[in-house]
Design a protein around this ligand. Structure first.
Ligand SMILES: Cc1cc2nc3c(=O)[nH]c(=O)nc-3n(C[C@H](O)[C@H](O)[C@H](O)COP(=O)(O)OP(=O)(O)OC[C@H]3O[C@@H](n4cnc5c(N)ncnc54)[C@H](O)[C@@H]3O)c2cc1C
Ligand code: FES
Length: 289
């Protein structure tokens, strides 16, 4: 873990209220990995607490994060321009690690939880694994990273809570999977766009359960709002699906390095875990949601 001054290379909108920020590190940093996060200063001394943001993509000395402009801190962050300097502490947390026997991987992401899922796709690109991505957004305006998910997944379902957009895409690189829109899958339609294409109101977890038998994942990775993860945990138990499942949790954080205990969550064993240091990735059976 290092504290560094990084130079903003790009800070641009990628969807309604969501920016992609790439910064240049002054030196190579070891241990960058999908699912780990960076604690970023937002650019002025008034907001002393750094903001935790998942690492979305990285190279030896650049890091890209995507963040929702939510409160005062991220509003300030959105004002940073190319050339501005930001202080950052990285890499933090444990991150996602896929085992050799985990070749079919289901990724379930909701809202800004899609970005840690995207980091998994980037990290394991070219590994030969088949990724089944189920990503959900509030509405069409919030949809982002669609092209990257389509390009890097064997199969990708994009769904929206309000049904204003949706797509079910199977990459042609993998034979045998249908390339179809929801309408063509004979699913009941809630809404049609100008072209007459029908979309359903759906969330990422429901999309996964609908497709789980075909995807047959060896492992499930998920990140999103707590209610989404609760539904996932309950759904796995109801269906008796005994697939290893790892979730990345979001908690309010102070130090980000395990010292202040602001971020503790309860474990099923009756103990506490620090989301910043022991997580943010936990086995879904390990933590109370
Ligand atoms: C491990 C981790 C990874 C994250 N990755 C992403 C990401 O990739 N993209 C993204 O858009 N957001 C991500 N978040 C959430 C992001 O940290 C908050 O949205 C952000 O801190 C809000 O700051 P703010 O000043 O704009 O909001 P305010 O609500 O004004 O923040 C006030 C305080 O609450 C904290 N806070 C508010 N919401 C959250 C939250 N959901 N989680 C943690 N702390 C919060 C802030 O850090 C700050 O200290 C992540 C959070 C964690 C813990
Ligand atoms: S944020 Fe301080 S211990 Fe986790």
């Amino acid at each position: 873990m290092k504290e560094l001054r990084a130079k903003v290379l790009e800070n641009v909108p990628v969807a309604a209220g969501v920016n992609r920020l790439t910064f240049l590190l002054p030196e190579a940093v070891e241990g960058l990995r999908c699912g780990r996060f960076v604690n970023l200063s937002v650019g002025d001394g008034a907001h002393l607490l750094r903001r935790p943001i998942a690492i979305c993509e990285y190279s030896e000395n650049t890091v890209t994060v995507c963040y929702q402009i939510k409160g005062a801190g991220t509003r300030l962050l959105a004002q940073r321009r190319a050339g501005d300097m930001l202080s950052c502490v990285l890499p933090l947390g444990n991150g996602f690690v896929l085992r050799e026997n985990e070749q079919r991987v289901a990724l379930i992401g909701g809202g800004v939880g899609v970005f840690p899922m995207l980091s998994v796709l980037h990290a394991y690109k070219g590994s030969g694994r088949q990724f089944y991505s189920y990503i959900g957004f509030r509405n069409k305006a919030a949809v982002c990273a669609e092209e990257a998910f389509k390009a890097l997944s064997a199969c990708c379902a994009i769904v929206t809570d309000d049904g204003s957009y949706g797509a079910f895409i199977a990459s042609e690189r993998f034979g045998g999977l249908r390339v179809s829109a929801d309408a063509e899958r004979s699913l009941p339609a809630d809404r049609k766009d100008e072209g007459g294409q029908a979309f359903r109101r759906m969330n990422a977890v429901a999309a996964f359960f609908e497709d789980a038998e075909r995807a047959k994942p060896d492992v499930i990775l998920a990140c999103g709002p707590l209610p989404m993860l609760r539904v996932l945990k309950a759904g796995l138990a109801e269906r008796g699906l005994r697939v290893p499942c790892y979730v990345s949790l979001e908690e309010r954080m102070g130090c980000g390095i395990g010292a202040c205990l602001v971020c503790v969550c309860d474990t099923e064993g009756g103990e506490h875990a620090r989301v910043c240091k022991d997580g943010p990735v936990f086995s879904i059976g390990e933590v109370k949601l």
